[in-house]
Design a protein around this ligand. Structure first.
Ligand SMILES: *Cc1c(COP(=O)(O)O)cnc(C)c1O
Length: 393
């Protein structure tokens, strides 16, 4: 059976050129970048070349990039790092209610340690209203963190506008750009951000490596202590092969983002068109325009997303769902809840996220399979309803 991978918002395959860049550092060029001998200097060169490539993708200086173990650590370092460095100035943090758990749970941890957090609401498209943000800021606000693109529905937040409001008040502004990096152009100056997180595995790089941009002049405390690598902000011997892979992924993204994203957007729009005309009642989640070009989140009211996912998986199609079956009920994601989706609709949510390897044939096969699966499940669910039982299987 062929596989159609449509879960690029969860992770992406490694690009062959990225693998090629990484391999020497897993073989002969194994030096520690802190060592002074030739092998060490070779590793150092690779790390610094990668740093320049990351910086170039987001319009930053190389000196403003710190490597981390991924998006989760970058978000933790930004939020905990600022909170610790600025705790004498205030204890208030503002974020949104649709952030990735790497941001939300870090904020919840800080709430248990004496900080106060405001979770901004979103509209039914998942957009944060900058007016709500203005009202939330106080003299005690030490950090604002609002994600660039949402991982479940693909909505892109008005970051430049939010960034201006926050930075004009002299408050540090962080954005989680893990989903948008490599998919839409990023420029830290145009976005008015002070801190920005990225993760390699979401755009054809390896897992377990990411970076945090920290604007020159923004002071943060480390969360890891040790050998003082990365100017003491992130101790630990650099993951040289992965750092080089992240750098290569950034370079590839910078060269081709506009072209390949245009093609992917066309495929996504074709898939959206096909299934929304064939499935009555189907709704599209996320902002119609301000949305990642590769992301398609849809809801089929009355069905269970996880059931659709399993049936598509049986046909070789990998997608993800916006709900999880627990023993007695269906859990709705915090993002769909915050967007105000009724439970009946949110339960039937499936996310299909495309990548550079997908072909028109695969999209055609997916559209046809989706329609068949949904029709079959609708018939089953009518039978179940008439029997008065409602299962989550
Ligand atoms: C995947 C993801 C993360 C976590 O990144 P990891 O590298 O997997 O730790 C953080 N934020 C968003 C928006 C993501 O999609």
């Amino acid at each position: 059976m062929k596989t159609v991978y449509l879960d690029h918002c969860a992770t992406s395959p490694l690009h062959p050129d990225v693998l090629k860049t990484m391999l020497p550092f897993l073989r002969d060029s194994f030096g520690n970048p802190s060592s002074i001998h030739t092998l060490g200097r070779k590793a150092r060169e690779a790390v610094e070349e990668a740093r320049g490539r990351v910086a170039a993708l987001i319009g930053a200086n190389a000196s403003e990039i710190v490597f981390t173990s991924g998006g989760t650590e970058a978000n933790n370092l930004a939020i905990q790092g600022i909170a610790r460095a600025r705790k004498d100035r205030g204890n208030h943090i503002v974020t949104s209610s649709i952030e990735h758990h790497a941001v939300l749970k870090t904020c919840q941890y800080l709430e248990r340690s004496g900080f106060t957090v405001t979770y901004l609401p979103v509209d039914h498209h998942g957009i944060v209203n900058p007016e709500d943000l203005k009202k939330a800021l106080t003299d005690k606000t030490i950090l604002v963190s609002v994600m660039h693109a949402n991982n479940e529905v693909g909505t892109i937040e008005p970051i430049p506008e939010i960034g201006r409001i926050v930075t004009e008040r002299g408050i540090p502004f962080h954005t989680d750009a893990v989903q948008s990096a490599g998919k839409v152009p990023l420029n830290v100056k145009e976005m008015s951000v002070d801190l920005l997180s990225i993760s390699a595995h979401k755009f054809y790089g390896p897992k377990g490596i990411g970076a945090l941009y920290i604007r020159e002049g923004i002071r943060i405390d480390p969360i890891l202590y040790g050998g003082e690598q990365e100017k003491g902000i992130r101790s630990g011997t650099e993951n040289v092969a992965s750092v080089a892979g992240l750098g290569k992924a950034c370079e590839l993204a910078r060269e081709t983002v506009a072209v390949r994203m245009d093609e992917i957007r066309k495929l996504r729009d074709a898939l959206q068109e096909r299934i929304s005309t064939a499935v009555p009642g189907l709704t599209i989640n996320g902002h119609p325009m301000s949305r990642l070009p590769n992301c398609l989140s849809v809801s089929v009211p009355g069905l269970i997303g996880e059931t659709i996912l399993r049936d598509l998986d049986a046909r070789g199609i990998a997608v993800s769902s916006g709900s999880a079956c627990t023993s007695h009920s269906v859990e709705i994601s915090h993002v769909l809840s915050a967007m105000g989706l009724p439970k009946e609709t949110a339960q039937g949510t499936v996310r299909m996220s495309l990548g550079i390897m997908n072909t028109p044939d695969e999209i055609e096969y997916t559209a046809a399979s989706f329609v068949e699966v949904v029709e079959k499940l609708k018939t089953l669910s009518e039978i179940e309803n008439s029997l008065g039982s409602r299962r989550c299987y």
